[in-house]
Design a protein around this ligand. Structure first.
Ligand SMILES: Cc1cc2nc3c(=O)[nH]c(=O)nc-3n(C[C@H](O)[C@H](O)[C@H](O)COP(=O)(O)OP(=O)(O)OC[C@H]3O[C@@H](n4cnc5c(N)ncnc54)[C@H](O)[C@@H]3O)c2cc1C
Length: 402
């Protein structure tokens, strides 16, 4: 929803979908967010409604039971979900990345096997790169996969896995050739099945344990966990893309998925900034100091002006990156710029809205307090701002080499 201007770049279909999602968020998400945040409780009922609305299959092709919509429309939906509560968008984010990996790199059998159940939300997906010793430096991954008969045996520890407990599939990057130089040439993406909600997996999924969820400052409700692999057996048919095409190709596949993931995080930044702006616009017209609403003080108006301008700019950058990807164009630079700008905008606009709330911003009675704890995650996930700047700088120089 554009605040500054009624101009819309949405098609009729996109407008109808985003209005539907906004209504859902206003009626079903915002009213429960505070309680679920306070108790760090998974929003089970909201997730069931999201399944009914088809939100787990937005980008999955219709032949597999999804909506078959493009990344641009998906980004618009994510913005709306994140406007309500970023944890809700976190539940679909890793799932979306998993379905993207299957659609782009999976074999026909892998697509047939997983996508229909992913489209309905019957199984949800997690995405696992990070380990206790690394996040930005993905090539330092130490989780090891060794071939044994028809299986790959996985050992190692993963960290910060969003949806780590409730997911039924984990798209996992592990080292399949430890001698490869450079290291990225020896990494494979494994589609690891597990039992959703089970801490100690048994039977065919034996060897995968999920320790208690990590306690976080914000981004509550959706769990972030470690995953401990001890002789977990992944059938060779679950190498993403099949062994012949997919072995030792995992790094490139995951980096490709991160590109769409970055558009997704950018959309989350726009959503949280949008909500903070709405709260600031409302509060500043209600709160009075020195005989008038604070919105009539120029210092507050200037803040509102900068906030709205940044939200609009972040939204445009995000949609441009999404449209380029949809058009099949290279969009690593644009996705990096969108992620950097929109996540920083999310944090800055939330902070300004917090300041506009004065002391009440510090009170749990006001929604902005939750946004203030939620926003910083966006500066970290899918690559920190420092890493985005590295990607943007390198790509710029590559594109403009003299
Ligand atoms: C709530 C939450 C959910 C997450 N969900 C997932 C998930 O689902 N799956 C997953 O795989 N990961 C997930 N992550 C992990 C996330 O991707 C990493 O935290 C992130 O990539 C940063 O890695 P790090 O924490 O190891 O920081 P580090 O890589 O150790 O970086 C520390 C600091 O150094 C900076 N830095 C690092 N390298 C450079 C450099 N070359 N130049 C300049 N500065 C540098 C970083 O920007 C940062 O400021 C999640 C994290 C959080 C907090």
């Amino acid at each position: 929803m554009a605040v500054a201007t009624p101009y819309s770049d949405q098609t009729d279909e996109q407008r109808a979908i985003t209005e539907m999602v906004r209504q859902f968020v206003d009626e079903q998400v915002i009213p429960i967010a505070e309680e679920h945040d306070a108790e760090d409780k998974f929003p089970e009922a909201v997730v069931e409604q999201m399944k009914e609305l088809g939100l787990f299959g937005v980008t999955i092709p219709e032949e597999y039971g999804g909506m078959g919509l493009d990344l641009t429309t998906y980004a618009m939906i994510v913005e709306e979900l994140s406007r309500g509560w970023i944890s809700i968008s976190g539940i679909v984010n890793t799932h979306f990345i998993g379905s993207y990996l299957l659609m782009k790199f999976g074999t026909d059998e892998q697509r047939q096997k997983y996508l229909p159940r992913m489209a309905t939300g019957e199984i949800r997906a997690a995405f696992s790169l990070s380990e206790p010793g690394l996040g930005s430096d993905v090539q330092a991954i130490s989780t090891r996969a060794r071939k044994d008969g028809d299986d790959w045996v996985i050992n190692g520890q993963k960290m910060w896995v969003t949806n780590g407990l409730r997911s039924g599939l984990v798209f996992l990057l592990a080292k399949s050739d430890p001698d490869a130089q450079p290291a990225y040439k020896g990494m494979t993406c494994f589609i690891c099945e597990k039992e959703p909600g089970k801490e100690v997996n048994e039977g065919p999924y034996k060897g995968l344990t999920i320790p208690p969820k990590i306690k976080k400052m914000g981004y509550k409700g959706v769990e972030s966990t470690e995953l401990v692999f001890e002789d977990y057996r992944c059938p060779a048919e679950n190498v993403l893309g099949g062994e012949e095409a997919g072995l030792n190709k995992g790094f490139g596949q995951m980096m490709d998925a991160l590109e769409v993931g970055r558009v997704n995080v950018a959309a989350r930044g726009v959503g949280i900034a949008q909500r903070a702006l709405e709260l600031a616009l409302k509060y500043s017209q209600e709160r009075r100091t020195f005989g008038k609403p604070i919105a009539e003080h120029q210092a507050i108006q200037f803040k509102l002006a900068d906030m709205a301008t940044k939200v609009e700019a972040a939204r445009l950058l995000t949609r441009k990156a999404a449209r380029m990807k949809d058009a099949g164009e290279r969009s690593d630079l644009e996705a990096g710029m969108a992620k950097l700008f929109a996540s920083e905008t999310g944090k800055e606009v939330v902070e300004e809205a917090f300041r506009i709330h004065g002391g009440y911003g510090y009170s749990k009675e006001y929604e902005i307090e939750r946004l203030y704890r939620d926003a910083p995650l966006l500066l970290i996930g899918e690559g920190t701002s420092e890493i985005q700047r590295m990607v943007i700088g390198r790509t710029l120089l590559k594109r403009h080499k003299i």
